[in-house]
Design a protein around this ligand. Structure first.
Ligand code: GCW
Length: 676
C-alpha cells in the first residue's frame, strides 16, 4: 500500500494522463539482446512491472524489436547499434534513443548485467518523474566502486542506533525461510546503485562466523546476488579465541593467521562472491591488535591476506575512540593512523567517518582525508540519525554529506576535495568505497519515518556520484515517493532543503557539538559533567563558562588544527577567517565577541536557536497545505512527527539557552521571548 510507505520510491502507480501521453509511441515492449542471466531476468521484470504500472498498459518482454522497443543490450550486440561501451566499466550504462526510420528505439546498454540493471532503474526514474525521453543520450558511470550499507544489526535483531524497529535479518528463520522483504530490500538498493551490504554490527559478535550462521548468510547472499549486491560481514578480532579454540588472536601468530585463512576459505566455499570484512578494532572496548602490541596495519593485513586469494577486501575503521586520549578526542584517529600510511595491503580500505568526533549535525571534514596519500580511504556516513533526532525529526542529510564531499583539503593545492580522495582520483588508488550506516529496520515504512527514506535514497545517489546536487536528488525522490504535483513538490522540497540547517540551529549552532544526552544521544544535556571519562561529558565539547564558550583547537589549545593542511589549518585557526559554522568547534570565544551580523556571540546563539524553532514551526503550516494532496496515511504520520519535532526543537532551545544563561548571567536579548 502506498499509504504506509512500504514501496519507498518504487511505487509505479499509474501516471496522470498528461504525463503518460508523451511515452505513447515509445516504451511498448522489452527486447533482450543479451543472455538471460538471473540479473537480466530481474532487470527485465522490474522494467516490465514498472512501466506497466506507470503507463497503465502491459509492457511485456517480447522476442522481436517491433514498434516502441526498449532494447537491453550487452557486449557485442552493442556494435549493431554503433554504441561504444569502452568507458563504462562494470557498472556503468548508456541510455540512448535511436531512430530507425520512423520508429524510435530506446536502448539500455552496458558491459555487464549489473550495469544493465542500473540503467533500467534510471529509465524507470525518468518515467516516474515525467522526464522527456524522446532523445536520450545519457552515460552514467559510478565514481566509487564499493557503495555499501553498514547494518549495525545484532544477531538478536536489536539494531544499534536503529529507530525503525527490529533488524530485517530474521536469523532465527534463515536459511530455510527467505523473507520476501529481502528481495524488496535488494531492489531498492539496486535502484540507487548500492552494490554491497554489511549484514552485522561493527560491535561484532563472532557467532556470525560459525558454520550455521555462514549457511544463513549464504542464503541472504543468494537473494542479493541477482541484484548485484555483495554481502560482507563484520569480523570480531577475537573470534579465533571465542569460536576457534585458540588462546590468542595475535595477528603475528601463524595459528591465528591460519585460522582466519581457513575461515575465509570456508565462507567463500558457500558465498563465492563474498565481499570481505568490516572491522572495528581497539575502539570503545572492541578487541584489536593493540592487545598484542601490534598495529592497526598488522591487524588489518592479516585479515586482508585471508580474503585476498578470493578477491575480498577489508574495510578497517578509523573510528578509534579509547582512553589514552588526554587532550582532544578529535586527534586520536589521525595520531594512530597517519604513521601507518603505506603499510596496509592493497585490499585494505581505511573507513573514516566524515568528521573526527562522531556524526554530529555539523562537523568539519575529518583531518585524515588527504593525510594518508598511500592508502585508500573510504567514507563512512551515518544514514541513521543518531544525533539528529532519530526517526521523528525531519533532517534531509544530503546537504550535510555533500558539504563534506565538496570540502577542500588543499593537500595537493586547491581542488583537492574530499570527494577526490574518496574516489581515488587525487592519489591514484585502485579501490574506492563509501559506506552508509543503515537506517533500515522492520517497520512497515522501512526507516521509521517517511522522510528518512530520502536519506537512504540520497546516500545511494551520492555514492554513485559524489558531485550530485542534493536538491536534484531530493526532487527525484519527492516525485517518485509522494507526488508529481509541482506545487506540492516545491513545498516538500523546500522543507527538506532547510531541514539539516534547522536541526543544526536548534541543537548545536555555530560549531557546537555533542551537547546530546550521553548514551542515548537524543535530547539536550549540555550540563552533564560528572561522568567517568572526560569525553563522555557534554561540557568537554562546549567548554562554556562565565566568560565564553567553544573548544580551543588552535595552538593555544589542543592544536588539532595542525592536523589539516597548512592552508586549511590557517583558515580554521584564524578567528577572523574561520567559517562561522565552525567557530566554536575551533575557538573559545567570549560571549560578547562581535559576529559578522553585528550581534554579539550570545545574541547570535540565541538568534540561531530561535531560528531553528521558527523554521520547524513554519513547516507545520506548509505541510498542512498538502492535506488531501497526498495520501492520508503518510500525510498524518508526517504531520504528527512535525509536531514532535517542533516540541523538541523548543526543548533544545530552551534547555540550552537556560543552561548557558546559568553560566554567563546574561539576559535574553530584547525581542526574544523567555524560555517557556
Ligand atoms: O556513533 C558511535 C555510536 C556507537 C557506535 C560507534 C561506532 C557502533 O554511539 O553506538 O557503535 O559510534 O561508530 O563504532
Amino acid at each position: 500500500r502506498a499509504e504506509d510507505g512500504y514501496w519507498l520510491w518504487l511505487r509505479y502507480d499509474e501516471l496522470p494522463q498528461e504525463m503518460r501521453s508523451q511515452y505513447r509511441g515509445q516504451l511498448r515492449q522489452i527486447v533482450l539482446e543479451t543472455e538471460e542471466t538471473p540479473t537480466v531476468s530481474v532487470a527485465a521484470r522490474e522494467l516490465s512491472d514498472g512501466l506497466s504500472g506507470l503507463l497503465g498498459r502491459n509492457v511485456p518482454v517480447s522476442d522481436e524489436g517491433a514498434r516502441g522497443a526498449i532494447l537491453l543490450v550487452t557486449g557485442e550486440a552493442a556494435s549493431l547499434y554503433d554504441l561504444d561501451l569502452s568507458d563504462l566499466g562494470e557498472d556503468g550504462y548508456l541510455l540512448r534513443t535511436l531512430t530507425d526510420g520512423r520508429r524510435k528505439l530506446t536502448v539500455i546498454a552496458a558491459n555487464e548485467d549489473d550495469g544493465l540493471l542500473y540503467g533500467v532503474f534510471h529509465l524507470l526514474r525518468l518515467v516516474q518523474t515525467g522526464e522527456d525521453i524522446s532523445d536520450l543520450n545519457i552515460t552514467s558511470v559510478p565514481r566509487i566502486d564499493i557503495r555499501v550499507l553498514n547494518h549495525w544489526d545484532n544477531l538478536d535483531r536489536t539494531v544499534e542506533r536503529g529507530y525503525a524497529g527490529q533488524s530485517i535479518w530474521d536469523w532465527h528463520k534463515l536459511p530455510d525461510y527467505i523473507d520476501p522483504r529481502y528481495t524488496d530490500y535488494a531492489r531498492a538498493n539496486a535502484s540507487i546503485g548500492i552494490n554491497g551490504t554489511v549484514l552485522t554490527n561493527v560491535n561484532a559478535n563472532a557467532t556470525v562466523l560459525t558454520p550455521p550462521y555462514i549457511e544463513k548468510v549464504a542464503a541472504v547472499a543468494d537473494t542479493m546476488r541477482p541484484y548485484g549486491i555483495q554481502v560482507y560481514l563484520t569480523a570480531r578480532f577475537s573470534a579465533p579465541i571465542e569460536i576457534g579454540g585458540l588462546e590468542t588472536a595475535d595477528p603475528a601468530d601463524p595459528a591465528v593467521q591460519a585460522w582466519w585463512a581457513g575461515k575465509a576459505d570456508e565462507i567463500y566455499r558457500k558465498i563465492p562472491d563474498f565481499g570481505g570484512f568490516l572491522v572495528k578494532a581497539d575502539s570503545e572496548g572492541q578487541p584489536g591488535p593493540h592487545t598484542y602490541h601490534r598495529t592497526h596495519a598488522e591487524g588489518a593485513n592479516m585479515l586482508a591476506d585471508a580474503v585476498a586469494p578470493h578477491g575480498g577486501v577489508v574495510m578497517w575503521r578509523a573510528f578509534v575512540y579509547s582512553e589514552n586520549n588526554p587532550v582532544d578526542r578529535h586527534m586520536q584517529a589521525y595520531d594512530q593512523f597517519v604513521p601507518l600510511d603505506g603499510k596496509f595491503r592493497s585490499n585494505v580500505i581505511i573507513q573514516t567517518k566524515n568528521g573526527a568526533i562522531d556524526f554530529q549535525p555539523r562537523e568539519p571534514f575529518h583531518p585524515l582525508f588527504g593525510a594518508m596519500p598511500e592508502t585508500p580511504l573510504g567514507m563512512e556516513f551515518q544514514i541513521t540519525k543518531e544525533y539528529l533526532g532519530f526517526a521523528t525529526h525531519l533532517a534531509y542529510l544530503a546537504p550535510m554529506w555533500s558539504e563534506v564531499l565538496r570540502a577542500d583539503t588543499f593537500v595537493k593545492g586547491e581542488g583537492s576535495t574530499v570527494a577526490k580522495i574518496i574516489d581515488g582520483s587525487l592519489e591514484g588508488h585502485e579501490i574506492s568505497a563509501m559506506a552508509g550506516v543503515s537506517n533500515i529496520g522492520s517497520d512497515r515504512n522501512w526507516t521509521g519515518s517517511q522522510f528518512d527514506q530520502a536519506n537512504w535514497y540520497a546516500f545511494g545517489r551520492l555514492a554513485w556520484d559524489p558531485a550530485a546536487e542534493p536538491a536534484e536528488i531530493a526532487e527525484d525522490w519527492v516525485r517518485m515517493t509522494f507526488t508529481g504535483d509541482d506545487g506540492a513538490v516545491g513545498t516538500i522540497l523546500g522543507m527538506m532543503m532547510e531541514s539539516r540547517e534547522a536541526v543544526v540551529n536548534y541543537m548545536t549552532p555555530l560549531g557546537l557539538g555533542h551537547l546530546m544526552g550521553t548514551g542515548h544521544h537524543y535530547g539536550p544535556a549540555p550540563w552533564v559533567s560528572e561522568l567517568g571519562r572526560p569525553e563522555w561529558n557534554p561540557v568537554y565539547y562546549h567548554k562554556a563558562d562565565e566568560d565564553g564558550i567553544g573548544f580551543d583547537r588552535t595552538k593555544s589549545g589542543s592544536n588539532a588544527v595542525a592536523q589539516y593542511s597548512d592552508a586549511v589549518a590557517a583558515e580554521f585557526a584564524d578567528l577572523e577567517a574561520v567559517p562561522e559554522e565552525y567557530l566554536l568547534w575551533f575557538h573559545h570565544v567570549s560571549w560578547d565577541y562581535e559576529m559578522p551580523s553585528g550581534r554579539t556571540l550570545w545574541e547570535e546563539l540565541v538568534h540561531r536557536y530561535t531560528e531553528g524553532v521558527r523554521t520547524v514551526s513554519g513547516w507545520r503550516g506548509e505541510w498542512a497545505s498538502l492535506e488531501g494532496r497526498i495520501d492520508e496515511g503518510r500525510y498524518r504520520q508526517v504531520a504528527d512527527f512535525l509536531r514532535v519535532q517542533e516540541k523538541e526543537a523548543r526543548w533544545w532551545r530552551d534547555a540550552c539557552l537556560a543552561y548557558f544563561m546559568s553560566l554567563n548571567g546574561l539576559d535574553l536579548p530584547a525581542g526574544y521571548a523567555p524560555p517557556a
